[in-house]
Design a binder for this molecule. Structure first.
Ligand code: PLP
Length: 380
């Protein structure tokens, strides 16, 4: 199912949106305070299904929004320019290597559109983040979905074989760490393959969760974009920076690829609110540490509960966890929804496992209590 469609279908009601009252919270890194707002009974379901950062908007982003509001009748060129300059500094790349997107989903679309060719196929892991498939199909491309290995790892050897079997151009989508598994790609194998990027083999690297990665082996592909025009790295402010509703993403690529992507973008795709909030969040040295600390605290709590129940979980390098539910995933998801908790949907090749977004520790406490109650009923 298309991720955006499912989100609209699920959240189309005022009741669900009412649960999204935004309240900021800022404490010193490592010390995570329970938030005053909670999606408890009567306020809508607990949303652990879309990998949002439920700490809420960074306080500095809230302030920047308030300050910018009186200027919102102007086009956002200045604010966008300021954000891009800040991003260039942050990633140590030139401005010509950056492009703004209305969320990183738009970056993924621009990349597919820029790389599409009459004979091009898209090769992607399955399951993975699905929208790229939709974008490729809309361009008339053939899509090859390569199942993850039995250990849920991205099967680079099988993806390479799919590329080799195609006489025309291949566009390869890779999500690192992968959604829904949270697993990192094998770094050595990945780097070797990315080194082969050429006119006939382009890569879209989705690093939406990079800021959450714990594994010291992780290396972003950003460094490779400087000299190779056949790679795009997509990043987002929707996850660790907690700005999903403001729609800010960006792409990093060689200037030649950025030009090709620009040609596919809608003019003025940026909005003032997103630009000022993103810049403030990026420049807040404490926000990322706070978010990571909260995520780790939630993760530890959930892992302890899963262990107590004898349910396996994959190593987590994101703000979500892929874990066993020992039963039908769709039924589990339905029962969780009835208990007031929305968790991830069923994904291909992984029945009996579920993707759980890691909310705040207080939210995960509610989840853990519910999971234990499910065990008492023999449901997990
Ligand atoms: C792997 C991945 N990439 C991209 C996105 C899109 O994020 P956004 O368009 O909000 O930047 C998501 C959203 O959940 C995702 O999981």
């Amino acid at each position: 199912m298309h991720a955006t469609l499912s989100r609209r279908q699920l959240l189309g009601t005022g009741a669900a949106l009412g649960a999204l009252a935004l309240t900021g919270c800022h404490t010193s890194p490592g010390k995570v305070k329970a938030m005053p707002f909670s999606q408890t009974a009567g306020q809508g379901p607990l949303l652990l299904n879309f990998n949002e950062n439920s700490l809420g908007l960074p306080p500095k982003a809230q302030q920047a929004l308030a300050d910018a509001l009186p200027h919102a009748f102007r086009y956002p060129d200045q604010a966008k320019g300021d954000l891009m300059a800040s991003l260039a500094h942050h990633h140590n790349v030139s401005g010509e290597q950056l492009i703004y997107g209305n969320g990183s989903s738009e970056i993924l679309k621009m990349a597919v559109d820029a790389m599409a060719a009459a004979d091009a196929q898209l090769v992607m892991p399955d399951p993975s983040y699905g929208v790229v498939e939709d974008y490729a199909l809309a361009r008339g491309m053939k899509v090859i979905k390569v199942p993850l290995t039995p250990a849920f790892e991205t099967d680079i050897a099988a993806m390479k074989a799919a590329v080799a079997a195609h006489p025309g151009k291949s566009v390869v989508y890779l999500c690192n760490p992968n959604n829904p598994t949270g697993l990192m790609l094998p770094q050595g194998e990945l780097n070797l393959w990315l080194g082969e990027a050429s006119g006939n083999l382009s890569f879209i690297l989705d690093e939406a969760y990079a800021e959450y990665v714990n594994d010291p082996d992780f290396v972003s592909a950003i460094g490779l974009t400087r000299h190779n025009p056949h790679l795009v790295v997509a990043r987002t402010f929707s996850k660790i920076y907690a700005l999903a509703g403001l729609r800010v993403g960006y792409g990093i690529a060689h200037p030649a690829m950025i030009n090709a992507m620009s040609a596919q973008a809608s003019i003025d795709n940026a909005n003032l609110a997103g630009c000022v909030a993103a810049k403030a969040a990026l420049e807040d040295p404490q926000w990322v540490s706070l978010s990571r600390a909260s995520n780790q605290q939630s993760l530890a709590m959930v892992l302890a509960t899963l262990e107590e129940l004898g349910l396996k979980a994959l190593p987590c390098n994101a703000n979500f966890l892929f874990h066993q539910v020992s039963g039908d995933t769709a039924l589990y998801q339905q029962r969780m929804a009835q208990a007031g908790i929305l968790v991830g949907r069923a994904f291909s090749h992984s029945n009996g496992w579920n993707r759980l977004s890691l909310g705040r520790p207080d939210e995960m406490k509610t989840f853990c209590q519910t999971l234990i109650a499910f065990r008492q009923k023999g449901w997990v």
